[in-house]
Write a protein that binds this ligand. Structure first.
Ligand code: SF4
Length: 209
C-alpha cells in the first residue's frame, strides 16, 4: 500500500493533463495502479454519472468560466434539472444565507433552508465529556448537521448547498445527505471564510524551515 499512496502534489509534470500515459513519476497512480482507471471508466459509463459529469461541463461552457460560485450553482442546477435546492447554513452566516436563499428563489428555485442549530441539540446530547466542552459550566449548543440533512432528505431536495458549516459538520452532513452536495462556502473563523488566505503564511514558514 505504501508504494501506491498517491502524491500528486509532488509531481512536477502533471502529465495526466495530456491523457493517459506512463510519463509521470514512479509514484504516479497511472503507473502504480492503472486498474483503478478501468474501474473509473466503468463508473463514468453509468447514465446517471455521465449526466452529472455533463452537468459540470455544460456549467463551464454556459458560465464562460467567468461567474461567481452562487451563479455557477444556479447554472449547474438548471443544467441538471434541479428545481429544489437545500441550503444548510451556519447560524453565524444567517444574513448571507438569507441573501443566497432570496437570490435562488428569485431565479425560480424552491429553497429548503435549514440552520445548523435546528433541533436544539446541546453537547450533552452527543455525550461530550466535561473536559471536551468549551463552556463546561453552561449549556453548550451543538450544531446538528445530521438534522439538517434529514430535513432536506424529507423535503426531497435535488441538490444540497452548504454554507459555512464547521470542519467535520460538513463531513457529517455529506454522509447523511441523500441528494448530492456542493459547497458554497466553508467556515474559516480567521480568514473570513476564505481558507486559502492562509496559504501564503504557510508557504513562507515552510520556506524558512
Ligand atoms: S502525472 Fe501522475 S503523479 Fe503527476 S499529477 Fe498526474 S496523476 Fe499525479
Amino acid at each position: 500500500m505504501q508504494d501506491t499512496l498517491c502524491k500528486c502534489v509532488k509531481c512536477l509534470s502533471k502529465s495526466c493533463l495530456l491523457g493517459p500515459n506512463q510519463d509521470g513519476p514512479k509514484f504516479c497512480p497511472m503507473r502504480t495502479v492503472p486498474a483503478v482507471f478501468d474501474e473509473v471508466r466503468n463508473v463514468v459509463a453509468e447514465p446517471e454519472i455521465r449526466r452529472m459529469f455533463g452537468g459540470v461541463a455544460r456549467t463551464w461552457k454556459d458560465s464562460g468560466l467567468s461567474k461567481n460560485r452562487v451563479e455557477e450553482i444556479m447554472i449547474y442546477s438548471r443544467n441538471m434539472g434541479f428545481r429544489r435546492l437545500g441550503l444548510a447554513f451556519c447560524i453565524g452566516l444567517s444574513d448571507q444565507a438569507k441573501v443566497v436563499s432570496d437570490v435562488f428563489e428569485k431565479r425560480d428555485f424552491d429553497v429548503v433552508s435549514v440552520c445548523c442549530m435546528t433541533g436544539g441539540l446541546c453537547s450533552d446530547d452527543i455525550g461530550l465529556s466535561t473536559e471536551d466542552k468549551m463552556y463546561p459550566d453552561g449549556r453548550q449548543p451543538q450544531c446538528d448537521p445530521v438534522g439538517q440533512a434529514f430535513l432536506m432528505n424529507r423535503c426531497k431536495t435535488d441538490l444540497n448547498v452548504l454554507l459555512g458549516l464547521c470542519v467535520g459538520d460538513d463531513a457529517l452532513f455529506i454522509r447523511h445527505s441523500t441528494a448530492p452536495v456542493t459547497i458554497l462556502a466553508v467556515k474559516d473563523r480567521v480568514f473570513n471564510h476564505d481558507p486559502l488566505a492562509a496559504i501564503p503564511q504557510y508557504k513562507e514558514s515552510l520556506e524558512q524551515q
